[in-house]
Design a protein around this ligand. Structure first.
Ligand code: KIV
Ligand code: ZN
Length: 384
């Protein structure tokens, strides 16, 4: 029996913080509805105290989206929590996500506070959030750099105060996978009540390790992952939803599952990219333009013999129509022959060899040879 990992999507909060990605309330509703169709468990809809527009967005998403839990962010201060509670008034399933810094760096240089005062503030924030909603998530900001014994104590304290979910963010993307995994393990071993709450993972990608760290967290007992479509988010971004979901699906032997309809991953990625005016890099795992494109002769030959030679998942699993064989000067005869046959041209080997030479000349100039170019080359070969 697989264990279920909850998908907490923060595209509309951490993702939307990216300069240039801001959305109107109407646009946020469109994205939230797509995330609902995709099958996410929680939508972090915004940070209501941050602006009247964000407050309105949380209100309207709460009315429009009834399946997933709608979550609103707040710092561990009364005014923020009040705004989050009020913005969530219409939500069918609601959660307040409150918290504050847990590393000594944040405690000293951001809050000018002490560990003791931080714990007091955290407990008060959870208790106040509980006056609005049953489901309260607490984030221990910068947990990736926090003193472990203190972190475990903070986790234990907020669960005792009523937190249902505790988020252990690697806010600065500092940890290596084994370190992050050990942090989660330590929490389960040292916070006596950790099993009474869901431990959540929230990783940033400053070292390109967000997905690896997230998987390490799951393997050490966390059961919620905080992710964004296309990995958008502060600085180098957050963990990509599509990468974690497909890693768990491709590696079924690990024994985890999510509620995501994976065939909607590519369309959702495209929609988010367009709405947020944030292009997806061509080599982005799962949803990039080249994720299922084969371009070198060796790979194309192997792929045409059997797709399994070069693909660990089918493009249709993630909503991409089909794999692509891109014809460039690095392509081989096998790929050229295959494409010509698809275009209705079958040549004997000597003609194909000749045509291949001409193809390489064109490819060196044009970089990518398209079907129109090929038809021209093929017609010339027929005439000759
Ligand atoms: O990265 C972070 O620590 C956050 C918190 C606000 C959850 O985004
Ligand atoms: Zn974050």
């Amino acid at each position: 029996m697989s264990q279920r990992v909850q998908i907490f999507d923060t595209t509309l909060r951490d993702g939307e913080q990216v300069p240039g990605c801001q959305l109107t309330t109407d646009e946020k509703i469109v994205v939230a509805k797509e995330l609902e169709k995709l099958g996410v468990d929680v939508i972090e809809a915004g940070f209501p105290i941050s602006s009247p527009g964000d407050f309105r967005s949380v209100v309207e998403i709460s009315k429009a989206v009834r399946g997933p839990v709608i979550c609103a962010l707040s710092r561990a201060v009364k005014g923020d929590i009040d705004a989050a509670g009020e913005a969530l008034a219409y939500a069918k399933y609601k959660r307040i996500h409150t918290g504050l810094g847990s590393s000594d760096i944040h405690i000293q240089h951001k809050f000018n506070s002490t560990r003791e005062k931080i714990v007091e503030q955290a407990i008060a924030a959870v208790k106040h959030a509980k006056s609005y909603v049953e489901d309260v998530e607490f984030y221990c900001e910068d947990a990736g750099r926090a003193d472990l014994a203190f972190l475990a104590h903070l986790v234990e304290s907020v669960i005792k105060a009523g937190a249902t979910v505790v988020n252990i963010p690697d806010t600065t993307g500092y940890c290596l996978p084994h370190q992050y995994g050990e942090r989660i393990k330590y929490i389960f071993e040292h916070a006596s009540n950790a099993h009474q709450a869901t431990i959540s993972i929230h990783c940033h990608n400053d070292l390109g390790l967000a997905t690896a760290n997230t998987l390490a967290g799951i393997m050490n007992g966390a059961r919620q992952v905080e992710v964004t479509m296309n990995g958008i988010g502060e600085r180098a971004g957050n963990t990509s939803l599509e990468e974690v979901v497909m890693a768990l699906r491709v590696h079924k032997e690990l024994g985890y599952e999510t509620g995501i309809n994976t065939q909607l991953l590519y369309p959702t990625s495209q929609m988010v990219s367009k709405m947020m005016r944030m292009p997806v890099q061509a080599n982005k795992a799962i949803v990039g333009r080249n994720a299922f494109a084969h371009s070198s002769g060796i790979h194309q030959d192997g792929f045409l013999k059997h797709t399994l030679n070069y693909e660990i998942m089918s493009p249709t699993d993630v909503g991409v129509d089909k794999s692509m064989i891109v014809l460039t000067a690095r392509s081989g005869r096998h790929a050229l022959k295959h494409r010509l046959e698809l275009l209705g041209f079958v040549f004997e080997k000597p003609v194909l060899d000749e045509l291949y030479k001409r193809f390489l000349d064109v490819a060196d100039i044009k970089k990518e040879v398209n079907d129109k170019d090929l038809v021209e080359l093929a017609r010339e070969a027929v005439v000759a």
